[in-house]
Design a protein around this ligand. Structure first.
Ligand code: NAD
Ligand code: MG
Length: 373
């Protein structure tokens, strides 16, 4: 996984197409790597209004110096989840049309998960599918959204309702770009990193405990290690279950509770309510407490998870003012709820998760109503 001496990590992802994730500081200046998957003469850089002013000129300069004959255009959307719409998706396709993009064109998604999802969906549709290189700039995008090939936009009726599976040709994750990421966004990504340890590897949780300060200080080596390990866990599960018919569902640990919290807060996002990572942090603690309550896992493991998330500055309790009954009602409506009742990803202890269907609603309510004791 480590390229000796370079400080870079590689994670190879199996599938069709197979692709490589490269992680480490300075990759935005590595024109040869950025263009290694390029086949044609057209490139569209998709970014948002926060990220483009910081990094788009550098990316474009690198692409130009590596491929002087490339025709490059840019498409920039205003930052924020509310821009992940069909209308912006259409604008992105128009940008490809203006560029005269042919079937061998390549889209570069320079941004967080919003940019990655929208650009990926546009790439999946333009001429029935062109290449995309993901250049994730948030920790969440580096460890989650850029891996696995899911792309989507939102509808007024709900998040990610329209999309496609469209794996990238390459993922280039420059950890130096994380230095400009707002603290809250960094923590949101750390919640998903903790999730991988919680469901797949208790040893990784120990590593996170030991490297907590370095991660919060954005040390490149610690970040690269955390990202590489996270990508490996996700890539392995996606390779075994690409279309989420089985164990890929484990990646939703903490998400049933988390989505209910986000929905009850009206997806307030970072303005008034919890952002996704924060809601997942609370959700994971609730799932762990529910597992303990059902006698599946030791209570001490739930407490340990709670301590780790707290150390990362993440919330671990249901926000004040949200009613347990309302949250339960949201969970009944969750698109992943099964015909046989409430379904959760629970664990048999740190590092071992499984899907449990038909969970008793009274137990869920009890967990929602009881703060940590
Ligand atoms: P985001 O893309 O909105 O980025 C968060 C904020 O950080 C934005 O304001 C952005 O402009 C800013 N930003 C990004 N990089 C920056 C940098 N380096 N410096 C300064 N500011 C920067 O949000 P996100 O958390 O990256 O992604 C969330 C999205 O990802 C959601 O739409 C979610 O549905 C999607 N997602 C997709 C998958 C998948 O498998 N496809 C998985 C998880 C999440
Ligand atoms: Mg998530």
């Amino acid at each position: 996984m480590t390229a000796a001496g370079t400080g870079l990590r590689d994670v190879d992802v199996a599938g069709d197409p197979a692709y490589r994730i490269t992680i480490g500081p300075g990759l935005l200046d590595d024109g040869a790597r950025l263009t290694s998957a390029l086949r044609g003469r057209h490139a569209l850089i998709v970014s948002d209004s926060n990220v483009a002013p910081l990094y788009a000129d550098r990316l474009e300069a690198m692409l130009r110096s590596a491929r002087p004959n490339l025709s490059i255009a840019r498409f920039e959307l205003p930052a924020g989840e509310h821009e992940k719409t069909l209308s912006r998706f259409g604008d992105c396709l128009d940008a490809l049309a203006r560029l005269g993009a042919t079937r061998d064109a390549c889209v570069f998604a320079l941004g967080g998960g919003v940019v990655g999802d929208l650009a990926g969906f546009a790439a999946s549709c333009w001429m029935r599918g062109i290449d995309i290189v993901q250049v994730p700039t948030t920790l969440l995008a580096m460890v989650d959204s850029s891996v696995g090939g899911k792309t989507a936009v939102d509808l007024p009726a709900g998040k990610n309702l329209v999309g496609a599976f469209h794996p990238p040709r390459a993922v280039v994750a420059d950890t130096a770009m994380l230095r400009t990421l707002p603290d809250r966004e960094l923590r949101a990504g750390l919640a998903e990193v903790v999730k991988y340890g919680a469901i797949f590897d208790a040893g990784f949780l120990e590593w996170l405990e030991a490297n907590r300060v370095a991660l919060l200080e954005r040390d490149d080596a610690a970040l690269a290690e955390a990202i590489a390990r996270s990508c490996r866990y996700k890539a392995d599960v996606v390779a075994r279950d690409p279309f989420e018919r089985g164990e890929r569902a484990l990646l939703n640990f903490g998400h049933t509770f988390g989505h209910a919290i986000e929905a009850e807060q009206g997806y307030a996002g970072s303005a008034d309510g919890l952002n996704h990572g924060e809601a997942v942090a609370v959700g994971m603690v609730l799932a762990a407490r529910l597992s303990a309550r059902l006698g599946l896992a030791p209570r001490a493991d739930a407490e340990r998870l709670q301590h780790l998330l707290t150390a990362f500055g993440l919330p671990v309790e249901v926000p004040a003012g949200l009613s347990p009954d309302a949250l339960l009602a949201r969970m009944r409506l969750d698109k992943k709820a099964a015909a046989d009742g409430l379904r959760f990803i629970l664990w048999d202890g740190a590092g071992q998760a499984r899907v449990v269907a038909g969970v008793d609603e009274a137990q869920v309510l009890a967990v929602l109503a009881t703060p940590s004791d």
